[in-house]
Design a protein around this ligand. Structure first.
Ligand code: C5P
Length: 237
């Protein structure tokens, strides 16, 4: 289960990263780097994240013209990202050349290609918000599945999704397609601003390949104990 828990290190403080990395070293294999960290520390965040052998999920949700996204994904690959995401709504061509760029960069650096993920519809958007913002009468879940299939056809390895969307995505995209789910709250943790949530056990039961947990671990009095409780819950599921 250690391999399936991704801890979101949402902080701009290098020393906090340093401390959490050491504290969680034996129990957690993956850390997620978001914009909060990247805008403060830039590429120097990579050595902070990787110092104890952790894998890094670069969560910068790229969305731009194909050439730009391809360049960004290539750069992150070269710096040692192990997982990278981009908005699937950026389009088929954008995702396809981003995949090619990751292939090239990994080949040149002689490192494994990172896992590439598409973001379908942000989990902060509900049905009404989706229809209003996209001028579409389509059901939100149909759009999620449509974009997941597009990402798969373009050569991405999986999607970031709400745990509540796992089943239809799995049906459409099969077992060899990663589903990574944030929006996770153990029963003992504060909900905060997350809305469409499940517990770690429920996400694993529904078929998540990786779960992303931030505040319930990094803001706990004892982050190691919090991570261990979550890992136990995942194991039982
Ligand atoms: O602290 P918490 O467990 O809510 O952290 C979840 C992490 O996952 C945050 O870094 C958040 O930005 C990210 N995320 C999310 N929902 C999405 C995509 C990413 O919560 N749909």
């Amino acid at each position: 289960m250690k391999d399936r828990l991704i801890v979101a290190l949402d902080t701009d403080d290098g020393e906090e990263i340093d401390w959490l990395s050491g504290t969680l070293m034996d129990r957690v294999r993956w850390f997620k780097m978001g914009f909060q960290t990247f805008s403060a520390l830039g590429m120097e965040a990579f050595p902070w994240f990787k110092q104890n052998g952790h894998k890094v999920f670069v969560d910068l949700k790229f969305h731009d013209i194909p050439n730009t996204v391809a360049r960004d994904v290539g750069t992150m690959t070269k710096h040692g990202a192990n997982m990278i995401n981009m908005h699937a709504s950026g389009g088929f061509e954008m995702m396809q050349i981003a995949r090619n760029s990751a292939d090239d960069a990994a080949y040149k650096a002689n490192i494994p290609r990172p896992i590439l993920l598409g973001v379908t519809v942000l989990t902060s958007m509900d049905e009404t918000g989706f229809q209003r913002n996209f001028g579409s009468e389509r059901q939100l879940i149909k759009q999620v599945v449509y974009l997941a299939q597009l990402a798969q056809e373009a050569g991405l390895d999986g999607v970031v999704a709400s745990p509540l969307e796992i089943e239809p995505i799995r049906k459409a995209c099969g077992d060899n397609f990663f589903i990574v789910t944030p929006g996770i709250r153990p029963e003992w943790a504060e909900t905060g601003d997350q809305r469409r949530i499940t517990t770690p056990a429920e996400a694993i039961r529904r078929g998540a390949d990786y779960i992303v947990v931030g505040r319930p671990i990094i803001e706990a009095d004892d982050p190691l104990e919090a991570a261990e409780m979550i890992l136990d819950e995942m194991k039982e599921a």
